[in-house]
Design a protein around this ligand. Structure first.
Ligand code: SAH
Length: 259
């Protein structure tokens, strides 16, 4: 092997410490009183007690160690200690443009790709999505999606929450939300491997993942007109949620190894 060995810096905190995203005000003071959703999560679900260690994250890249000093009927009180450096964010921004379908596959995409290091999600309603989201349901759906992202980010010790856009038809997503080179995962026709695409100076990349039935020919053409390169993940056909995870992994392995 030799030349390209990657060593990850040891994380500054125990991997079993509870992680929680809080507001900037809550991370900054000498102590913090967490109420509402954070209270319920810490006190009722995780059952923290006086003395439990909690790592506070404020979605700005900062992390601060704290200790529970009191659990009341509606608040968890923390004493805030040292700010620590957590080197968990990838240096390269990967956006997943994901065709959503029925069921909870998109939830899995959000969860697993957040863990693997994706930075943005664009849910797309495609021709073969077999799903419609009525406009009045979009705020609820986004809330739920953001909760899944947040849980996965806490679990994987991310210090920034991946963003998610409202669901869009493919042509609008291509027009306004793509950042950097666009790779379209496709299972037919002539395609390159991700490793053979030229991403040398890319600091941001978007990868488009089709629904269970795949992208339609028209959608592939539309994406190619918008500058997409069709790519393959290899000879095996993966489920859409597996394809998204494998794509993030391949991209970050290729682009985020230099530390
Ligand atoms: N029914 C389709 C497969 C769809 S798989 C077929 O038989 O061709 C769902 C999506 O995952 C695809 O649209 C593609 O974006 C992605 N995908 C799955 N396996 C892939 C592979 N080996 N290479 C590239 N993309 C893949």
């Amino acid at each position: 092997m030799g030349d390209a060995a990657t060593t990850w810096r040891r994380l500054g905190t125990g991997v079993r410490t509870t992680r929680v995203f809080v507001s900037t005000a809550e991370i900054e003071g000498p102590s913090t009183e967490l109420t509402g959703q954070n209270f319920r999560h810490l006190a009722r679900v995780l059952r923290v007690e006086t003395g439990s260690a909690v790592l506070l994250l404020d979605n700005s890249g900062r992390a601060r160690e704290s200790v529970v000093t009191e659990v009341t009927s509606n608040a968890v009180v923390l004493q805030n200690n040292e700010f620590i450096e957590l080197d968990t964010e990838p240096k390269v921004e990967v956006t997943i443009l994901q065709a959503i379908g029925r069921g909870d596959r998109f939830d899995e995409v959000l969860q697993h790709c957040t863990e693997a290091g994706a930075s943005r999600f664009i849910p797309v309603v495609s021709i073969r999505s077999m799903v419609e989201i009525p406009p009045d349901r979009i705020p609820d759906r986004l809330d739920r999606w953001r909760k899944i992202i947040r849980g996965a980010a806490e679990q994987s010790m991310r210090t920034r929450l991946p963003e998610i856009t409202a669901p869009l038809p493919l042509h609008l997503a291509l027009e306004s939300e793509v950042r950097g080179p666009l790779l379209m995962l496709h299972t037919v026709g002539s395609r390159k491997a991700i490793a053979d695409t030229d991403l040398t100076d890319a600091t941001t990349v978007t990868v488009a993942v089709g629904p269970e039935g795949g992208w339609s020919g028209d959608e592939v053409e539309l994406a190619i007109e918008a500058g997409a390169t069709p790519v393959t993940l290899g000879p095996r056909v993966l489920r859409t949620e597996t394809a998204a995870l494998v794509a993030v992994t391949q991209l970050l392995f290729q682009l985020d190894r230099r530390r």
